[in-house]
Design a binder for this molecule. Sequence first.
Ligand code: HEC
Ligand code: HEC
Ligand code: HEC
Ligand code: HEC
Ligand code: HEC
Ligand code: HEC
Ligand code: HEC
Ligand code: HEC
Ligand code: HEC
Ligand code: HEC
Ligand code: HEC
Length: 536
Amino acid sequence: MNKSIGIFITLLLAPPVLAQETSVVDSLHNLSAGGPGEVRAAVEEQVCIFCHTPHHAAPIVPLWNRAMPLDAYTPYTSRALDAEPGQPTGASKMCLSCHDGTIALGAVLSRPNPIVMRGGITTMPQGRSNLGTDLSDDHPISFRYTSTLAGKDLHLRQPSSLPAELRLDSNQELQCTTCHNPHSNALGSFLVMHNENSNLCRACHAIDSTDVAGHSECNACHSPHTAPSGPYLLRGINITNACMTCHDGTTPNAPNINPDLHKLSVHDTDREIDPADPLPFDVTCSDCHEPHTMRHGAASAPQVPLNFGQVSGVTLSGGDIPTAQFEYEVCFKCHADQSALPPTITRQVTTDNLRLKFDSTAVSYHPVASPGRNSDVPSLLPGWTTASVIYCNDCHNSDTGSKSGGGGPDGVHGSNQQPLLIKQYSMLDYTSESAAKYALCYSCHDRNSILGNESFEEHRKHIVEERTACSTCHDAHGVSSQGSARNNSNLINFDLSIVSPDPSTNRLEFIDDGRFAGQCFLRCHGENHNPERYGR
Ligand code: HEC
Ligand code: HEC
Ligand code: HEC
Ligand code: HEC
Ligand code: HEC
Ligand code: HEC
Ligand code: HEC
Ligand code: HEC
Ligand code: HEC
Ligand code: HEC
Ligand code: HEC
C-alpha cells in the first residue's frame, strides 16, 4: 500500500476525522439523501462516497472516487497576469469533476451505475455553483505561486508569508483548495478563512484598504467567480461598467456621473474595449482613477487630485512614469505626443501636442505646469495672481459640478459646453458679448477690467463692437516654441478661419511692443491692418 493512502485510511479512522465528518455532513457537500441542500441523492446514504472510496479508487490520492474531466478548459488570462495558468491540475480537477457541470454528480467509480439524484438532477444545475469549463472568468488556479512570481508583481505577497490557512499544494500550486476547504462550510462558501474586510484577498494581494467609503472591499468591484468582465474579474463587463454599477445613481452616496457621461462633449468611456488597449483612444475610468489607491480629500494645483490615486502619466519632458505627480501628466498620456484629438481651432502656430504648449520653453502659456510668463495681468480676479498655477480641470470639467457652481459631481467626464468646458466659451465669430458667452474666461479674469481696456486698449472695440470672440486672437492653452516671444506673447495665436494676411503686405503678424503696446498686420472683418498700432 502506498504511504499516503495508508495515512488517508488512518485519518479516516482516527478520532479527529469525526469532527471533520460532522462538518461535511452539515454542508452542501453532503450529497447523501439526508444532506441539507437541494442537490442530493434520492436514496444513497453514504456521505464520503461522492468523492472518496477506500476501494476501486482512481489512481489519485486521497482515494478519489470520480472520473476526472477532460483537459478542455479555457484558463484565466489577462494582459497584466504574470502567472501562466494552464489546464487545471491536482485538487482543482477534483472540484471541477462536479463544478464544471459536465460529469454526473452521482457518477462514482465504486458503483457500476451513477447514484440517482433527487428531482432528476444529473450534472450540477445551472447557477452560481456551476462554473462551466470556461474558467477565464474565475480566479486563476493551478499555477505555481513562487517567490519568483511574487517578485514580478509588487502587489503580490511572498508565498512564504501566507497565513497557515492558505495552503499551496505539494507542487506549490495555487488550487481551489487554497481558498476552499471542501469539508467545512463553517465560514460560508467552504472558505478556508473569513473574507471579512477582504482579509482572504489581502492575504496574498498587497493592496491596502482605501478611505473611499464604498470601495473598502475588493468585492465592490471584483468577483472571484463568473465575473462578467473575464480579465480582471470585474463585476461589470468592463471597467466602466463595473464602476457604473454604483456611480449611476442607484447607490446611496456614490456620486452619480451618468448624466455627465451622456452630454455633448465627453470622455467616451462606453467605447472601452480592453482596459489594457493602447492609449490614447480607449479611455476608461482607471486611466484617471487608479482603483486601488484613490483617496478622499483635497489637493492643490498642479498636484494630482487625491481621487486619481497612483495613476500613470507622461511628464512635461515626455517620459512615461508609473505614478503621476501632477494632473496634467495624466492628461498627457493621451493629449501630448500621442494625441487623441486635432486642435479645435486651426491657428497660426499649430500643434496637437499639448505638452509643448504648456512647456516652460513655450513663448506664452496658461500656468498649468508652471507659473506664467506675464507678470502684468491686471484682469486677474481676487484669488488668482501671476504666481498661480491652475488645473486643466479648472477649465475642463462638468458644467453642472460643484466647481462650476452647480450641484452635480465634478470631473473631466462630460459637459454640454464643448470641448468639455466647465463653463460657456463661445468661439464663434460675431458673438454678441455677454457675461455668459465668455463665462469661462470671466471666472478668473474680471470682465470689467477686460472691457475697460486695462491692458489691450482695443479689447472693448473688438469684443463688444466688432463681436470678435476671445478665441480669434487668444489660444487658451499656450503657444509652443514654434512661435516667437515677439509675435506670440499674451497667448496671441490667430484663428486662421477668421483672420487672414493683410493683402498689401501679405503679412499676418502681431508684434509685441512692450507693456500694453503692440501692432498688427492682418485682415479681419473686411478691415486691413498694415499695421494697426495700440499703446505707446
Ligand atoms: C465534495 C467532495 C468531498 C466529500 C463529500 C468529501 N471529501 Fe474528503 N476530500 C475532498 C477533496 C477534494 C480532497 C483533497 C483535498 C486536497 O488535496 O487539498 C479531500 C481530502 C480528504 C482527506 C485527506 C486530508 C485532507 O483533508 O486533505 C481526508 C482524510 C478526507 N478527505 C476525508 C473525508 C471524509 C471522511 C469524508 C466524508 C465524511 C469526506 N472526505 C468527504 C473532497 C471531498
Ligand atoms: C461530488 C460533487 C462535488 C465535488 C467533487 C465538489 N463539490 Fe462543491 N458543491 C457540490 C454541490 C452539489 C454543491 C451545492 C450546489 C447548490 O446547492 O447549488 C456544492 C457547493 C459548493 C460551494 C458553494 C457553497 C455555498 O455556500 O453556496 C462551494 C464554494 C464549493 N462547492 C466548492 C467546492 C470545491 C472547492 C471543491 C473541490 C475542493 C468542490 N466544491 C468539490 C458538489 C461538489
Ligand atoms: C483565490 C481564492 C479562490 C479560489 C482559488 C477559488 N475560489 Fe471559489 N470562491 C472564493 C470566494 C471568496 C468565494 C465567495 C464569493 C462570494 O461569496 O461572493 C467563492 C465562491 C465559490 C463558489 C460559490 C459560488 C459563488 O460564485 O459564490 C463556488 C462553487 C466556488 N467558489 C468554487 C470554486 C472552485 C471549483 C474553484 C477552483 C476551480 C475555486 N472556487 C477557486 C474564492 C476562491
Ligand atoms: C492564495 C493567494 C491568493 C488569494 C487568497 C487571492 N489571490 Fe488573487 N491572485 C493570486 C495570485 C498569485 C494571482 C496571479 C497574479 C499574477 O500572476 O499577476 C492572482 C490573480 C488575481 C487577479 C487577476 C490579476 C491579473 O493580473 O489579471 C485578480 C483580479 C485577483 N487575483 C483578485 C483576487 C480577489 C478579489 C481575491 C479575494 C476574493 C483574491 N484575488 C484572493 C493569489 C491570491
Ligand atoms: C473601486 C473598484 C475596485 C476595488 C475596490 C478593487 N479593485 Fe482591483 N481592480 C479594479 C479595476 C477596475 C481593475 C482593472 C485594471 C486596472 O485598470 O487597473 C483592477 C485590477 C486588479 C488586479 C489586476 C491588476 C493588477 O493591478 O495587478 C488585481 C490583482 C486586483 N485588482 C485585486 C484587487 C484586490 C485584492 C482588491 C481588494 C483589496 C481590489 N482589487 C479592489 C477595481 C477595483
Ligand atoms: C460598490 C459601489 C461602488 C463601486 C463599484 C465603485 N464605487 Fe466609487 N464610490 C462609491 C461610493 C459609495 C463613493 C462615495 C464615498 C464617500 O463619499 O466617501 C464613491 C466615491 C468615488 C470617488 C470619489 C472619491 C472622493 O472622495 O473624492 C471616485 C473618484 C470613485 N468613487 C471612482 C470609482 C471608480 C473609478 C470605480 C470603478 C473602478 C468605482 N468608483 C466603483 C461606490 C462605488
Ligand atoms: C486614456 C486617454 C485619455 C486621457 C488620460 C485623457 N483624455 Fe481627454 N480625451 C481622450 C479621447 C480619446 C478624447 C476624444 C473623445 C472621446 O472619444 O472619448 C478626449 C477628449 C478630450 C477633450 C475634448 C472633448 C471634446 O468634446 O472634444 C478634452 C477637453 C479632454 N479630453 C481633456 C482631458 C483632460 C483635462 C485630461 C486629464 C485630466 C484628459 N483629457 C485625459 C483621451 C484621454
Ligand atoms: C484656461 C482654460 C484652459 C486650460 C487651463 C486648459 N484648457 Fe484645454 N481648452 C480650453 C479651450 C477654451 C479649448 C477650445 C480650443 C481653443 O480655445 O483653442 C480647449 C481645447 C482642448 C482640447 C481639444 C483639442 C484642442 O487642442 O483644441 C483638449 C484635448 C484640451 N483642451 C485638453 C486640455 C488639457 C489636457 C489641459 C491641461 C494640460 C487643458 N486643456 C488646459 C481651455 C483650457
Ligand atoms: C480624463 C480623466 C477622467 C476619467 C477618464 C474619469 N474621471 Fe472621474 N474624475 C476626474 C476628475 C478630474 C475628477 C475631479 C477631481 C477632483 O477635483 O477632486 C473626477 C471625479 C470623479 C468622482 C467624484 C465626483 C465628486 O464630485 O465627488 C467620481 C465618482 C468619478 N470621478 C468617477 C469616475 C468614473 C466612474 C469614471 C469612469 C466612468 C471616471 N470617473 C472617469 C477625471 C476623470
Ligand atoms: C482658472 C483661472 C483662469 C481661467 C479660467 C482663465 N485664465 Fe487666463 N490666466 C489665468 C492666470 C492665473 C493668468 C496669469 C498667468 C501669467 O502670469 O502669465 C492668466 C493669464 C492670461 C493671459 C495672459 C497670458 C500672457 O502670457 O500674457 C491671457 C491672454 C489670458 N489669461 C486669457 C484667458 C482667456 C481668453 C480665458 C478664457 C478662455 C482665460 N484666460 C481663462 C487664469 C485663468
Ligand atoms: C482682437 C484681438 C483680441 C481679442 C478679441 C481679445 N483679446 Fe485679450 N488681448 C489682446 C491683446 C493684443 C492683448 C495684449 C495686450 C498687451 O499686453 O499688449 C490681450 C491681453 C489679454 C489679457 C492679459 C492682460 C489682462 O488684461 O489681464 C487677458 C486676460 C485677455 N486679453 C483676455 C481676453 C478675453 C477674456 C477676451 C474675450 C472676452 C479677449 N481677451 C479678447 C487681444 C485680444
